[in-house]
Design a protein around this ligand. Sequence first.
Ligand SMILES: [Zn+2]
Ligand SMILES: [Zn+2]
Length: 435
Amino acid sequence: MLKPDYIPDTEPTIRVGIILPEDKQETIIIDSTNSKNIKVLFDRNKVEIKHKLIVFEVKNNKVFYNGMYTELVEIYQDSEPDFITIKSVVAGRGFHWVKHIEVKLSFKIEIRVEENGFIMINEMPMEQYLACVATSEMSAECPVSYIEAQTIVARSWMLANIEQKHVHLGFDVCNDDCCQRFQGVNHLSEYSKKATENTRGQVLLHQGKIVDARYSKSCGGIMEKFENLWENKPKAYMQNKSDAPEAFDIDLTQESQMNKWVHSSPKSFCSPYYIKEDDLHKYLGNVDEVGSYFRWKIQTTQEELVDNIRDKLNLDINFVNSLTPTKRAGSGRILELLIEYIDSKGLENSITIFKDYEVRRILHKMFLYSSALVIESVSISNSPFPDRFIFYGAGWGHGAGMCQIGGIGMALAGYSTTSIVEHYYPSAHIKQIYK
Ligand SMILES: [Zn+2]
Ligand SMILES: [Zn+2]
């Protein structure tokens, strides 16, 4: 396991959660056709597996296979081109783009049962993990300087290892957007291997520490500050900054300027000026929806909104009277949202929602792309309350650190790997920490 705040001088091994207890998966189907030297251990004793298709089930809170019970399964195999195929793995866990995909895994796999569901962990050398992440996050069609930038950023984020979201379950990161998207060797290409080799051991450093290099799909034009999204520990390399060659002269904390912003298309690196929206599907990873992320519009009805708020906040609410952003961050993301509503007794009441993530969760059952949005209420019936709410938004994700679509925009415009990472993490620099 990785240690927080520690700079390794040799390549570390890392553990990735592939199936999590929250997936409540009770069957694992593995196809081992493409793994020549596979070795399987049950509770550390070697077992002969005769069939290429291996089915594990949860029984009596243990792993059950072919009449045998075991606490721990360990599968050892070589690096790719050898791999085993796991038939059904969750991608987009908890988000509206959730689906089940097939995942091909090399190196070591561990399987055990926790809370009556499987845990599967894939253990591998760091650089192998990164080569897989580069093309799981985005497609291998991306320009080289972008894939290299994404690899340096992913390596830094991993080794800074600040979040430690899954340490209690015995792995460093999960396979999904909660941490970094990892889909095994599925999309591994000569291209992504080369990008990893070219940047081997390189991380971003700031004042002698590895940068906590968070990133998201699209900032919407201006990057967000660390402390507006997570704990109040400002970072010099994560500030409000225009994602463009020159700073935009605009103050998105002001409602009127934010309104103009979402209805316009400033020339940021993540805008259609640098990447045409029709080309985006070429560059995005395979589980993403294809749509417009730079500027978007989503509607919700009064009933849908009330149901969602009641459900998510466990609030006694019958009608929404108004939705008012009362505090915005520099990227336009909503930090405080006032909801005025009528409860089941017909009384007027209000509640304030804090933080970008909560606003995205509360305003729509599908979890909105971003909270950098303006709200229009529409009244068409005789009801005293709005019939519909329209959200006009900018960007996808929290918007801090590297804007992935912007990074591709920079690469397409000819910027180098170094200039891309230094643009998104100002005041940080690249250093190779192991060979
Ligand atoms: Zn995670
Ligand atoms: Zn951007």
